[in-house]
Design a protein around this ligand. Structure first.
Ligand code: COA
Ligand code: AMP
Length: 624
């Protein structure tokens, strides 16, 4: 099979195509109906199939004779620990934890929020929820209590699962006080909180509400996987949109299993027994899809790494893990390698390790800048494969389809649309723009299996955000172009979402926090280019008439507010006081021009601006 015929089949005969791909997973009741359109203009995959995702990830591997193969390797330079679980061991741990959840009254359809560091219990908790049909929602540990509270109110979980602490390089971050604060702030109160006590910190447990993980597990019995409908939600993962309210991306069970299993062949060319390492965090979609679910669906060994690319202890950390565990495929965000390159420009650390097991390096999460691509290619001599996807899709929209046909790579391009995704570059009316011209990147409906099915509790928002803007298409929020050879180039977001060190954040949300300071009359936050993190937020603020506050003091207060409300990962470290904000005569802030000024780029003065002189003032401030 070549790429073109596989792709054509997926678009021209999607039901035949996905019926065939669905055979690769163990169903409880295989689906008879492959696709069913729904009223919201979208539809459902495999509506009459039943399965259990934890069964597909775990028990199915035992049935296939892989029980004694390693399923999960935990490597934690921050605690000096490594550990591993075979499929037999991981299945037992998951089944018993699922039993503990059931004992706490958690059942099918209940939501469970996880606020966890990168420890095996995070994976066990996710799969444990899946085993009993509970819907997990993992919140990244770098988010502040307020962000957690917002998610608690939206998902209304029956239980919260957390650990006593996370460890950031050498900093021990206590999680439990944060969780307590979030529960206090939230209107919805979960019935219980299960806490995994780590040796570094002992969390205080609140009588009647909080339970010790180990105690619950020691009293629980393992449970079998509960059958769920393919269309039942597996998880909710919140992601930033243009407003302060994060969107709960809902992923189903059946489409997810089929798509992720297929992606392991198509995108990563992985086989059972391969060691697959996604150096990300379970709090992000990369972690959901490629630390937890897909490698297990494919019978691989997955690596859970509690560390950083640098400083734990040095820029050789990734190469050490590859050598120690015989990693076949490594997947991370370009920012991670930018950090490595900054500390080890000549890749001296690479020469210290035997990385001969490594076959390919995959990158995603942000644009793969050509210098990072070239550096990796030169020093490793391996295929460096960019692929483009989003929390919403859960797997690659564009990739180099190496499992079918290795295509020539072009720096700056995520290569070609994955089969199932009819990617087009269109204008806002949905008309295709010619090759090489920039426009909105959109996917003609229907989306393939594995993509979000709705926004949790708000289908109208799903339609309004993704389906209504360009009728007949899914709007990706990214802009770019397709060249004459059909290669897709993603040039960046067309909305107020920014990408900081591979983390997706909303400038709109930061503006809401900044604007809530009593001295601020008006503000605007834009993403400025940053050599290592890709983008970092920069705020321009206007002080209220009559407010007297030292500008440095104000900046410190604003930085602290964003840290406190959103979290340290927002990396909000600069807020400049200006006399006016550049606006159009109709009052719209000229964010694009501010971004260009922040990046030191040439900018043209828009004809609609009400006061052109302000641009020069701002430009001078940025140069200072
Ligand atoms: N829990 C608590 N705090 C966290 C956290 C977590 N899980 N993750 C990050 N933070 C904090 C950090 O401690 C830091 O706090 P500080 O401002 O007090 O120092 C802040 O958030 C920013 O962290 P980070 O963005 O990780 O910056 P860094 O300078 O520590 O490290 C990189 C830079 C590039 C090494 C790091 O961002 C990285 O490894 N990125 C990979 C990106 C990635 O995995 N993306 C996922 C998509 S594939
Ligand atoms: P997230 O939902 O956090 O995975 O972020 C998705 C966004 O990251 C996309 O909408 C893009 O803007 C950006 N992104 C992800 N992968 C790539 C890539 N390979 N090239 C360019 N941008 C990317």
């Amino acid at each position: 099979m070549d790429y073109n015929s596989e792709f054509r089949k997926s678009i021209e005969r999607p039901e035949d195509f996905w019926r065939e791909k669905a055979q690769a997973i163990d169903w409880i009741e295989p689906p008879q109906t492959i696709w069913q359109p729904t009223d919201n203009g979208h539809g459902q995959w495999f509506p009459d199939g039943t399965l259990n995702t934890s069964d597909v990830a775990l028990d199915a591997n035992i049935r296939a004779g892989r029980g004694e193969q390693k399923a999960l390797i935990y490597d934690s330079p921050v605690t000096g620990t490594t550990d591993s679980y075979t499929y037999n061991e991981l299945t037992r741990a998951v089944a018993t934890f699922a039993g503990a959840l059931q004992d706490r009254g958690v059942t099918k359809g209940d939501r469970v929020i996880l606020y966890m560091p990168m420890i095996p219990e995070a994976v066990i908790a996710m799969l444990g929820c899946a085993r009993i049909g509970a819907i997990h929602s993992v919140v990244f540990g770098g988010f502040a209590a307020h962000e957690l509270a917002v998610r608690i109110d939206d998902a209304a979980p029956k239980a919260i699962i957390t650990a006593s602490c996370g460890i950031e390089v050498k900093k021990v971050i206590e999680y439990k006080p944060l969780v307590d604060r979030a529960i206090d702030q939230a209107e919805h109160k979960p019935e219980c909180c299960i806490v995994f006590q780590r040796p570094q910190v002992k969390a205080q447990l609140k009588e009647g509400r909080d339970f010790d993980w180990n105690e619950l597990v020691s009293q629980a019995s393992p449970v079998d996987p509960v059958p769920v409908k393919a269309t039942d939600p597996l998880y909710i993962l919140y992601t930033s949109g243009t407003t302060g309210k994060p969107k709960g991306v809902v992923r189903d069970n059946g489409g997810h299993a089929v798509a992720l299993r297929y992606s392991m062949q198509l995108v990563y060319d992985a086989s059972p027994g391969d060691v697959f390492w996604a150096a990300s965090d379970v709090g992000w979609v990369v972690g959901h899809s490629y630390i937890v679910y897909a490698p297990l669906f494919a019978g691989c060994t997955t690596i859970l790494y509690e560390g950083k690319p640098v400083k734990t202890p040095d820029a050789g950390a990734f190469w050490r893990v590859v050598q120690e565990h015989g990693v076949d495929m490594l997947f991370t965000a370009p920012t991670a390698f930018r950090a490595v390159r900054k500390e080890d420009p000549e890749a001296d650390q690479l020469a210290r390790y035997d990385v001969s097991s490594l076959k390919r390096i995959f990158l995603a999460g942000e644009r793969l800048d050509p210098p990072t691509y070239e550096w990796l290619k030169e020093h490793t001599g391996l295929p460096i494969l960019d692929h483009w996807w989003q929390t919403e899709t859960g797997w690659a929209i564009c990739c180099n389809p190496i499992g079918i046909e290795m295509m020539e790579t072009k720096p700056g391009s995520a290569t070609v649309p994955s089969p199932g995704y009819n990617v087009q570059v269109v204008d806002m009316e949905g008309s295709q723009v010619p090759a090489n011209e920039q426009g909105q990147i959109a996917v003609k409906l229907p989306l393939p299996p594995g993509c979000m099915t709705t926004v949790w509790g708000d289908d109208a928002r799903f339609c309004k955000t993704y389906l209504d803007p360009i009728p007949g298409f899914y709007s990706s929020g990214d802009g770019g172009f397709i060249d004459d050879d059909g290669y897709v180039f993603i040039m960046g977001r067309t909305d107020d979402v920014i990408n900081v060190a591979g983390h997706r954040l909303s400038t709109g949300e930061m503006e809401e926090v900044v604007a809530s300071h009593p001295a601020i009359a008006e503000c605007c936050v834009v993403g400025a280019n940053d050599e290592m993190k890709g983008q970092i937020p920069v705020g321009l603020v206007l002080i209220k008439d009559g407010a007297t506050i030292d500008h440095d003091e104000l900046e410190d207060e604003l930085i602290e507010m964003v840290r406190d409300k959103i979290g340290a990962i927002a990396c909000f470290k600069r807020a400049m006081v200006v006399d006016r904000l550049p606006k159009t005569r109709s009052g719209k802030i000229l964010r694009r021009v501010i971004r260009q000024i922040a990046d030191g780029e040439e900018y043209s003065v828009p004809s609609t601006i009400d006061d052109p002189a302000i641009l020069e003032e701002i430009s001078a401030r940025f140069k200072r």
